[in-house]
Design a protein around this ligand. Sequence first.
Ligand code: OAD
Length: 236
Amino acid sequence: MAVRGQLPETVILTGAGVSAESGLGTFRDVGGIWSQYALEDVATPEGYARDPELVLSFYNARRANALAATPNPAHDALARLLKAKAGEVVLITQNIDDLHERAGSEGVLHMHGELLRGLCTICGARCDWRQDMHVSDACPSCGGVGGMRPDVVWFGEIPYFLEEIATMLQNCRQFVAIGTSGSVYPAAGFVAEARAHGAETLEINLERSEVSSAFERRILGPASETVPEWVESLLN
Ligand code: OAD
């Protein structure tokens, strides 16, 4: 395990709200993705087993939307912060888009996977994948057909990087959640974990989240305004 000195002082967790002003829909706001699709059909291993083409077409649409979107001032501000405080700040995201990277953030931990990656369920290989995905696609590694899926974490699966994240939460000085409703665990429990280990906690969101009362401080408003202001206050 890494020693305290090598761990980030600030851990930031982002959710769909940070990409909302780039035109990517959130999940649980009015008209959100989960009001248009049944989560069990498109975001579970069982849904994929029942109707893989439906699941792939859901993610094809989301991939196309994400590729057409551009980072907003919240992504840009976080990239500035990461660059200015290299090694002191880590960015964990539940988002599967690549807007943090396109804004210039490096080393982002995509705990729910990435839309622009494919995973072969036959051989386990992962690869870059920017185009639409279909059941008839072959895995670039093993050549097997019928096993490709997006490299995203579905309900009932274990998010990525959980051990590293736990170590960081237990050792950070500050935990900040941005644009997440606090409805999905384990991410919704990060604030409690960080606070139990002595971190200061801040929520930046359009409105109070489900776990808002677990935070000591909150800044409410659209991320494109609140995040740049918060970042400037840290850097000045
Ligand atoms: P949600 O859609 O659950 O929550 C988005 C949050 O962002 C809400 O609290 C909104 O109030 C807030 N929000 C909306 N617009 C905003 C803006 N312009 N500025 C700031 N905040 C804004 O999305 P997540 O919390 O990210 O998982 O959802 C967590 C997980 O649930 C996702 O990663 C996904 C989903 O089901 C999987 O698919 C496994």
